[in-house]
Design a binder for this molecule. Structure first.
Ligand code: GLP
Length: 235
């Protein structure tokens, strides 16, 4: 893991922009995308840049079950708002959380990932160490899965919803097995509320109790942190 600590989330986001840009120049054309507040500034920087994704494919990590793309809390809506409206891709894939058959959707998504090997995967980090929506206890080889969100994740994401009752309790997520197949991975984490998960991810044992720790097994991971998120690291 290449751990880089920046004075601010702004500087870390600029570094992520640089990695996106150099990967594209080196021929990357399949990008794994993340949602949440952490990558918002990166998406703004990408939107304002002269980067051209029109020949590239994007594959998102996850989506809430029960929300369609017109729902402003869905990740499909988020991606359109923060990136795709300014930077269209040749094709964009997000799990369909509003499908009639979850089983078929999981298979469809695995097939998409298999046909489009991910060159660069962007990840945020849940405060409980989840990546995508792979919660603690997840099988570290899992393919795309239907998951039950933990109370701590529901609580963390409550800030985006008007009331707790509106927060979906299930999601479809790309599995850890698929995430690990990406050629290069960027993990971004900002703020003291991520410090414990960051410590476990980098210095702790590889364990399904903290799914992000499995990234220690990947040969090409950039961890971009601000000072607060790095505050519990030994060095
Ligand atoms: C959600 C998403 C994750 C994201 C995490 C952290 O649970 N499924 O992909 O990394 O939230 O969100 P934030 O960046 O808002 O802290």
């Amino acid at each position: 893991m290449r751990v880089e600590v920046y004075r601010s989330s702004e500087e870390a986001s600029l570094r992520a922009l640089e990695i996106f840009s150099s990967s594209l120049q080196e021929g990357a054309d399949v990008f794994g995308m993340a949602t949440g507040s952490t990558p918002e500034r990166l998406y703004e920087l990408l939107s304002q840049s002269d980067i051209d994704f029109s020949k590239a494919v994007s594959i998102n990590l996850d989506e809430y079950v029960g929300l369609d793309e017109s729902n402003s809390q869905s990740y499909a809506y988020y991606m359109k708002k923060h990136l795709f409206k300014d930077k269209p891709f040749k094709a964009t894939y997000i799990p369909n959380g509003h499908t009639q058959s979850i089983e078929e959707e999981l298979n469809r998504y695995d097939q998409i990932i298999e046909e489009n090997p991910i060159d660069l995967q962007l990840l945020g980090l849940g405060s409980n160490g989840h990546i995508g929506f792979n919660e603690p206890g997840t099988d570290l080889d899992a393919p795309t899965s239907l998951v039950q969100l933990t109370q701590s994740t529901i609580q963390d994401n409550q800030r985006f919803f008007d009331s707790k009752e509106e927060i979906p309790t299930q999601a479809i997520t790309m599995g850890i097995g698929s995430i690990l197949k990406a050629k290069k991975i960027i993990v971004m984490a900002f703020g003291s509320q991520k410090a414990q998960a960051v410590k476990g991810m980098i210095e702790g044992p590889v364990t399904s109790d903290l799914p992000a720790s499995v990234l220690q097994n990947h040969p090409n991971v950039y961890v971009l942190l601000d000072k607060a998120a790095a505050s519990l690291l030994k060095r």
